[in-house]
Design a protein around this ligand. Sequence first.
Ligand code: ADP
Ligand code: MG
Length: 337
Amino acid sequence: MAMSEFEIIRRNFDGRGIDRSDVVLGIGDDGAVVRVPSNCDLVTVVDTLVAGVHFPHDTRPEDVGHKALAVNLSDVAAMGAVPAWATLALTLPHADEAWLSAFARGFFGLAQQYEVQLVGGDTTHGPLTVTVQIQGWVRTGRAVRRSGARPGDVIYLTGSVGDAGLALRAWQQQQELSAADGEHLFSRLHRPIPRCKEGEALSCEVTAMVDVSDGLAADLGHILEASGVGATLNLHSIPLSPSFVAVTGSGKYYLNEAERLRLALSAGDDYELCFTAPAAQCRRVEELFSNFECGCRAIGIIETAPGLRLKQADGTLLSLERTGYEHFAQEPGNAGT
Ligand code: ADP
Ligand code: MG
């Protein structure tokens, strides 16, 4: 490597971004020291992005930096927690200054927005791999698990699903999209907006929550399994973005209704929150979301009978051939985290 490991850290990571008052010791020692607020539990998450598996090799470095942090913030959000500190383990094929400075710009741009401080990491030589760990907190005993859904609970989803999956298809097929739709869909793939404020606000209202990284059907499946319940989704209620509807409505990316829903339910990389709330809390949940731009929609109901039923507008059930990306189970396409 042209630059030493220490040069890389000094130029790109040390002293960058915000200075939190609860960081006792940041980058530069053998370990970081942070102060967790009293009456809180520490929540810790980690996710790795591997080039060619989690993002295409030609992804812009700003986007890799943004996304590596965003997918972890999304996990923190799904716990109902507040993110605070991050560490970054970076494996690089070369010490490319331009790449590193763009990567750091993407990373710190988002870190600043969510008031997360980078407090340490590791830098090594090898195939491009980015591992981020975030720590945050939640009021004692208040972390939201996957296991709390109960029959009768309403299932909600923030934002919309399918955009990132559709963008990946367009990327792989190298086909043109209209400028406005392309911008929207690609920003959903490369620069997801983690739902942290939403997750934190929901922590008191919901019975179970998960972030949608591997496809709605697969991730909701985790709630069902952990909670020992089943569910029916009303497919006509699944929120789809105007760009998703326009691009799949005609032309090169035309999909019939069933194909469109299969893509939206299984493509992954959405980074929305899927959560369940008792009927008595629904008004409160909907009121909360009047403050949040992403919105949320009731998409189904938790039931006693195990399994996930996908009810179409005419009342018949849709089957999914596959649900979500599973590492080791299939050819790499683009994996969720
Ligand atoms: P050690 O050999 O004790 O593990 P390193 O030489 O790997 O320490 O790292 C020196 C300091 O730089 C440590 O505080 C470490 O946390 C930090 N660091 C290393 N790589 C990164 C990185 N990619 N981003 C942020 N901090 C880093
Ligand atoms: Mg050491």
